[in-house]
Design a protein. Structure first.
Length: 341
């Protein structure tokens, strides 16, 4: 199996995010206090087992180097700076000059926040007959739509998910790209249409995931709202939905093939409501399988880990014991991107 590295496009001006991006490069825009878009992206690579990331910098690139230096949370960081902005194709071409011919690469736009499984994308890309593949995601209508029947309106739908897919800004390459005659410009408008025309372009798809390209202040506000009570984990995320004196409700998203730590709660009594997905909870002496709409109660002092057979969303309703977890075993690096364990 060839080595897989990460590569992130970090050189854009972020003009539509001004004045925020007048002094801060777009990838360093914060999702919440001291947690940037780029923090999440590198953490996602780390959680997928990728040990080296090349940052393709340009505008205000020195601020990115100041934050990450040559290592971030155990991930080796290398920089390739584009002195003159000549488009995403040129930036990727320069980055490709710094890898071996057979080195696999996951390339990301530096403004995309997404919950897809990088690990699964790599695994599928390795098996694909195509040397290059694009993550695609279903398009959400930016507007509400109306449904018609004859000469009248019969219903309204507020910003529905449409039956169309868009380029999700994350790519997998089995090795160095052949750029042909292209040297500059945007890769989405130059090389990609050529690869598609020649039937050399594959895709990777995961539906019903959080995905946002942070290109405007409105989109930044949306993604910051998502992160108001959210903590990213190696296995997905944990988000507080309700926290009162009487009860606590969290949303957990666990990626396919991942699991939470093996842990117990000294006082917390919790019930898991499976919103979507499939998996099992492993206890000391048994496995309890679950699927969508199931409920599972976990009493205090009960060691367990939650394992996702497919992408799983569950709501954990419990007594109001927020910090009541004793970890027996972590299956990944226990450190989160905000330094908490």
């Amino acid at each position: 199996m060839n080595e897989t590295i990460g590569m992130i496009l970090c050189g854009g001006f972020g003009k539509r995010l001004r004045p925020v991006t007048e002094t801060v490069p777009k990838p360093l825009v914060e999702l919440k206090d001291d947690y940037t878009i780029l923090d999440k992206q590198i953490f996602d690579f780390k959680s997928a087992g990728i040990k080296k990331v090349i940052l393709l910098t340009g505008f205000l690139g020195e601020k990115i180097e100041e934050r990450y230096s040559d290592n971030y949370m155990g991930v080796e960081i290398e920089y390739v700076k584009e002195d003159q902005p000549l488009g995403t194709l040129n930036a990727i071409r320069l980055g490709m000059e710094h890898i071996d011919d057979n080195t696999q690469c996951v390339i990301r736009n530096g403004d995309v926040v997404a919950d897809l499984s990088i690990k699964k994308m790599v695994e599928q890309g390795e098996k694909s007959p195509y040397d290059f593949s694009i993550f695609i995601t279903r398009m959400v209508s930016p507007y509400g739509i109306v449904e018609l029947s004859g000469d009248k309106i019969v219903s309204f739908k507020e910003k529905p998910v449409l039956d169309y897919y868009i380029n999700g800004g994350i790519y997998f390459s089995k090795g160095k790209l052949d750029f042909g005659s292209y040297q500059t410009g945007d890769i989405e408008k130059t090389l990609f249409p050529e690869l598609a025309k020649d039937k050399k372009l594959g895709y990777y798809r995961e539906n019903d995931l959080f995905w946002m390209a942070v290109d405007t202040n409105k989109e930044l506000q949306q993604v910051q709202n998502e992160y108001r009570n959210r903590e990213d984990k190696p296995w997905g995320y944990e988000k507080i939905l309700i926290n009162t004196e009487k009860y606590l409700t969290k949303e957990l998203f666990i990626k396919e093939g991942y699991q939470t730590s093996y842990h117990y709660h000294p006082n917390k009594d919790e019930t898991m409501y499976i919103v979507s997905g499939r998996g099992y909870i492993e206890f000391e002496d048994k496995k309890e399988y679950f699927s969508t709409k199931d409920t599972v109660r976990i009493e205090p002092q009960t060691p367990h880990t939650i394992v996702a057979i497919e992408n799983t969303v569950l709501h954990e309703v419990s007594t109001p014991d927020l910090d009541d977890t004793v970890r027996i075993k972590d299956f990944y690096d226990a450190e989160t991107p905000t330094g908490k364990r």
